[in-house]
Design a protein around this ligand. Sequence first.
Ligand code: SAH
Length: 344
Amino acid sequence: MREWMGMYPEELRDAVAGMGEKPFRAGQIFAWLHRGACFDDMTNLPAALRERLKAEGVDQPVSIREERISRLDGTRKFLFSLRDGNCVEGVLMRYRYGATLCISTQVGCRMGCRFCASTLDGCVRNLTAAEMLGEVQCANRVLRDERVHNIVLMGSGEPLDNYDETVRFLRLVSHPEGLNIGIRHISLSTCGLVPQIRRFAEEGLPVTLSLSLHAPNDAIRRQIMPVALRYSIGETLDACRYYLEKTGRRIVIEYALIDGVNADEKCAMELADLLRGMQCHVNLIPLNTVQERKLKGVTEAQVASFLSWLEKRHISATRRREMGDDIEGACGQLRKKAMQEGQP
Ligand code: SAH
């Protein structure tokens, strides 16, 4: 089955031409699909064409299987169903500057970070670009008179480990005839796949790059992130600097504070030395404890101390706002729970 939504306009044009249809039909189909319509809604298309599109492919590859709304801040957590029975998570946050959706790029993940729930059972498969777009459309349906304004690729999966479909998604979601979400309103978070960061810098897609650093030196990083066995912090930050040079976008450094591992003053000093002179911003977050993991988060007082140690050394940093704490807002937790409750 084809996923029509994952096709670029020119690919759609070829496919439609191959079906003996006029090329302008492709433009109509593209606009409908990216507005979230299903084939039955496409009333300006001949019925026979709609039937053929339906027979050969899918219009809406994702649906909402479960939704939880936070009583604290209105954050919504989705469990999305994919057509093969797999499911992934997404989180919709309402900020003053617009609705922000966090989407998944893979079912599971194979990066193996010790603190993360998404990677516990490895990577099942990559999501397609159409499925990532489907996540956005599901959220738009829920929002009614508002639209998703910002997207963060920070759900389950490593986006740069699913490089081609992620790039295709970014081009399609920002397409003027499609959802038209500004590339500058999109963030991509990576655990630090160095060759892919360098390649991504050349794509002409200046999204905000977030690096999940989580450690001030290689020794600590290797204990918690297997990717650090492959790439040193030095080469990883060099790749980020290259990205910065190519795109002009400041890098965001993600740093999850883990009690007894990376949260003391010595770590803050080392981190400041590492980042000095680099155009970046540090996002601090106390680690969310995942039941299956032994690592523990820190107290608010510890976060405040770490923040002040960085500030004293003139490193731009904030504590990342936590939303949806009451609805298993953290990575991979809801999917894990659904799977444990015995649903596929
Ligand atoms: N694979 C990408 C994106 C998905 S993870 C990456 O590694 O960046 C999104 C972010 O959540 C990453 O910064 C990740 O390190 C962080 N994260 C994962 N588990 C966490 C936990 N238990 N507590 C806090 N942050 C966590």
